[in-house]
Design a binder for this molecule. Structure first.
Ligand SMILES: [Zn+2]
Length: 175
């Protein structure tokens, strides 16, 4: 009798396929359709960059999306969220997002915009394009100011195709 019960339990267990059991206490809340819809409602597409106009985290100046399910909450930077849904799977923690367009609010995945890279590649690319000038010059505060200005411009009806050309012009009007 005991042997039969043991056999039944073993028979219904997946044979080591690595799929974790559903766990409401899991640290990671998967992205679902509702969160993904909410994400796209906060994106203004232009012919070049796709601009995130939702929450911006301070002081780093990157877009941020937060969602809750039951009693759990998860937040991701908007560009990492975009990369995750484009990949269709969670991306590795050590992977970093590269903004080849140098626009921190851009969430367009693909050539010339967003891609997954390593930190080393990201720094190498930044050095090559002159974006990396030491820790002081490209400060998070400046990036945050710029992000807030871009968002205000777009939410105020600004032309999304002109953000890239006019970021330095719209910045002083806000600060
Ligand atoms: Zn872009």
């Amino acid at each position: 009798m005991d042997q039969l019960q043991l056999f039944d339990v073993l028979a219904v267990e997946p044979a080591g396929d690595g799929a974790p059991p559903l766990d409401e206490c899991a640290a990671v809340l998967p992205i679902d359709d509702a969160v993904e819809r909410r994400f796209w409602q906060r994106v203004v597409k232009s012919s070049t960059c796709w601009w995130w106009v939702g929450a911006i985290s301070t002081p780093d100046g990157y877009g941020r999306i937060t969602w809750r399910r039951k009693n759990h909450q998860r937040a991701l930077s908007a560009h990492r969220f975009a990369l995750t849904i484009a990949a269709g799977a969670e991306i590795a923690d050590e992977a970093v997002a590269e903004h080849l367009c140098n626009q921190p609010l851009c969430v367009r995945v693909g050539a010339g915009h967003l891609q997954v890279g390593t930190q080393a590649e990201n720094v190498a690319y930044a050095v090559a394009t002159g974006r990396h000038r030491g820790p002081r010059l490209v400060s998070a505060t400046n990036r945050c100011s710029q992000s807030l200005a871009v968002r205000a411009y777009l939410l105020g009806g600004g032309d999304p195709d002109k953000v890239g050309q006019h970021t330095s012009r719209i910045e002083p009007t806000l600060f």
